[in-house]
Design a protein around this ligand. Structure first.
Ligand code: HPA
Length: 235
């Protein structure tokens, strides 16, 4: 089974398939958001809105452990995630799709592991699933590789933070990619992300950031994003 963890604009992928069921999964960490189960290109797909119904959970309050555990419990083997990001480089433009190959974690208060009661150190030399990254890359016009910097949010970044993120090798910045990728690895699921660039990061952008411009680009790129996911799933 393929899992999709999506935000605004991605819900349309559900309506392209034959919906079978809607389920809320109970986990030791709490309940999952409502997950839609459907069939697309002869494959079983589980769609989860990361922020839950009506975008009610902001990035720092998402129950990442419940979300990932629920996917595992459903039998998901591969997770295709979508994330909105700001660009740290002038050559990476709003509207671009970036398929990150690495990340830097600047989150602060999130539960980042399933292993609280025993010592487990997972290997993240290849933090994202290269097999799934290749499938996405061959399915549309994307930027192959990039370093995803994850902040705690929910505020946007200061100019000094953005300068630092760029200096240490970051390509894009977002608030939702981690610990999702790490938790998926802990439960041995293949995980890759399609990052939609919604804006130049603070101070690279000529104007102050608003969430409205993020939503506007996400809405404008919705069709291309769903198509990219649809083709990736068909392969
Ligand atoms: N910073 C952090 N998260 C984001 C941004 C940003 O500029 N754009 C979309 N998500």
């Amino acid at each position: 089974m393929i899992g999709i963890i999506g935000g605004t604009g991605v819900y349309e992928i559900v309506t392209m398939g034959d919906e079978i069921d809607k389920r809320v999964i109970k986990t030791p960490y709490g309940n999952s958001p409502e997950i839609s189960l459907f069939q697309l290109h002869g494959k079983r797909v589980a769609f989860m809105p990361r922020h839950a119904k009506g975008h009610s959970n902001p990035p720092h309050m998402i129950n990442y452990r419940a979300n990932i555990y629920a996917m595992k419990k459903l039998g998901v083997e591969r997770i295709l995630a979508t994330n909105a990001v700001g660009s740290l480089e002038r050559s990476v433009n709003p509207g671009d799709f970036v398929i990150p190959h690495d990340f830097i974690d600047f989150t602060k208060i999130r539960k980042g592991s399933f292993y609280d009661d025993r010592t487990v150190h997972i290997d993240v030399t290849e933090p994202y699933c290269n097999e799934l990254r290749s499938t996405i890359k061959s399915s549309g016009d994307v930027i192959d590789g990039g370093v995803y910097v994850c902040t705690e949010g929910p505020r946007f970044e200061t100019p000094a933070e953005i300068q630092m993120f760029h200096m240490i090798g970051g390509t894009i910045v977002g608030m939702t990619g981690i610990p999702e990728a790490v938790l998926a690895r802990e439960l041995e699921m293949c995980y890759a992300s399609i990052c939609t660039v919604s804006n130049y990061a603070a101070s690279i952008s000529p104007t102050n950031l608003t969430i409205d411009e993020v939503f506007e680009i996400m809405d404008r790129k919705k069709h291309d994003l769903v198509k990219l996911m649809d083709i990736s799933i068909s392969k």
